[in-house]
Write a protein that binds this ligand. Structure first.
Ligand code: URA
Length: 239
């Protein structure tokens, strides 16, 4: 498939689209050994594109699973807070193997939520996984404080009314442990509304003090992927 040269450079190097345009004007780019200054030039996988003499490989789609730590936000950039993309770029091994721009997280976790987050440049897969019609399961482990309603499991199963806002789809709730004023819950949702786990827990009498996502669809958070770590996966594993 043919792509614009400036787009190809920004997708397969560390340069942004505007930096790619500047590199083109400065004569730093060649196509099949001839310097090319025109960003609109079409290139295909048969063309050899170099930037400062280094051949740019077409990286294609990438899928990275991250164990998101608390304190970073699930966005590509932010004027104030560190984002999961900042974290990715600080990981030399991953960012060297994948200097690609255009990466984004599939869905969001709250700033204080930890756990499994997939980062990709595959818009179609992201769209599919986030589509409400697909009911992709997301599993969370929540440590909570308060007195859990004895009917909580059934209330989740029946579809819980969340404030005045909406009735949640039927959801799974397993009480992992419960002691005086504290409990640990495993929750499986098939939708992804704002603060949904926290709000649903509030409806059954408890407040979440620590939240971690441990599964997204079929993809499990690996036990050996520590907070802040990330590794490549493939779309097959996610599907
Ligand atoms: N539900 C929440 O309340 N927060 C998250 O980050 C994810 C699900």
């Amino acid at each position: 498939m043919a792509d614009r040269l400036d787009k190809f450079i920004s997708e397969n190097s560390k340069l942004t689209r505007s930096e790619a345009k500047k590199a083109l004007s400065a004569g730093r780019v060649s196509v099949n050994s001839a310097i090319c200054k025109k960003g609109e030039t079409k290139v295909t996988e048969k063309d050899v594109v170099t930037l400062d003499g280094t051949v740019l490989k077409n990286i294609g789609f990438v899928y990275i699973m991250m164990n998101k730590p608390a304190g970073v936000i699930s966005a590509t950039e932010d004027g104030r807070d560190r984002t999961v993309l900042d974290l990715l770029r600080e990981n030399k091994e991953i960012s060297d193997a994948c200097p690609k721009n255009g990466l984004f997280p599939i869905g969001r976790l709250d700033k204080d939520t930890e756990g499994l987050l997939v980062i990709t440049n595959d818009g179609a897969l992201s769209h599919e996984l986030l589509s409400p019609a697909k009911h992709v399961e997301k599993e969370y482990l929540a440590r909570c404080e308060g007195k859990l309603d004895p009917n909580a499991v059934q209330m989740f199963k029946d579809g819980l009314r969340v404030g005045e806002d909406y009735k949640a789809l039927p959801a799974g709730l397993t009480v992992v442990s419960e002691e005086e004023g504290k409990c640990t819950l495993k929750i499986v949702l098939t939708e992804g509304r704002f603060h949904q786990v926290k709000r649903m827990c509030h409806e059954v009498g408890v407040e979440v003090t620590h939240l971690k996502r441990i599964r997204f669809g079929k993809l499990l958070l690996p036990d050996d992927l520590m907070l802040g770590e990330m590794r490549f996966t493939d779309s097959g594993e996610i599907r």
